[in-house]
Design a protein around this ligand. Structure first.
Ligand SMILES: CC(C)(COP(=O)(O)OP(=O)(O)OC[C@H]1O[C@@H](n2cnc3c(N)ncnc32)[C@H](O)[C@@H]1OP(=O)(O)O)[C@@H](O)C(=O)NCCC(=O)NCCS
Length: 153
């Protein structure tokens, strides 16, 4: 069900990211500051080339995505972990996260980091359950993000 994504998945991935981001983060980012669409087609096309994207398919349809962005031989960022709202809380996000961590381990990555709004309590709870800890707080235009990290080996 989880596969490496390719450029031909671009439009479906774009839909998952922009739909899920808007619905989730309009609760965590002050009105007027939420970027919509969160990613344009061109931005995402670049990211699909630069990052390792995974997709979760259900009945042939992409319902969840996650990406690993390797920034040094031992460090990487988890990016774009999104599950379509109607498919959340069924273990899909956890499965994608495990697949990303498995890939990172194979590549020799030791530390995975991610950034999320401080007010995204559901995401922070999800990542804490998976062993991530808050290591920094970052001031943005009108809110705070947190950086979370996990040592995977
Ligand atoms: C965060 C997210 C990726 C988790 O994926 P998921 O498939 O829903 O998660 P799983 O089913 O594997 O795990 C569920 C756990 O995540 C947490 N969680 C997920 N959604 C939640 C919500 N709406 N409220 C509270 N906790 C939530 C809970 O700890 C939950 O465990 P529980 O059901 O036993 O309480 C998904 O909910 C999502 O896409 N949310 C919107 C976008 C987002 O926040 N992405 C993270 C960007 S940094």
């Amino acid at each position: 069900m989880i596969e490496r994504a390719s450029l031909s998945d671009l439009d479906e991935i774009l839909y998952v990211i922009n739909t899920s981001n808007f619905l989730a983060f309009s609760r965590a980012i002050p009105p007027g500051f939420l970027k919509y669409p969160f990613r344009t087609r061109d931005e995402l096309a670049r990211e699909i080339r630069d990052m390792i994207f995974f997709v979760y398919r259900l009945g042939g349809r992409i319902v969840g995505v996650a990406a690993l962005y390797v920034t040094s031989p031992t460090e990487a960022w988890l990016c774009h972990l999104y599950v379509l709202p109607q498919f959340q809380r069924r273990g899909i996000g956890s499965a994608l996260l495990k697949r990303v961590e498995q890939e990172a381990l194979l590549l020799g990555v030791r530390v995975i980091r991610l950034m999320t709004p401080e007010r995204a309590h559901w995401a922070i709870r999800f990542y804490r359950k998976h062993g991530y800890m808050i290591v920094a707080r970052v001031r943005r235009e009108a809110w705070f993000d947190v950086i979370m990290e996990k040592r995977i080996c």
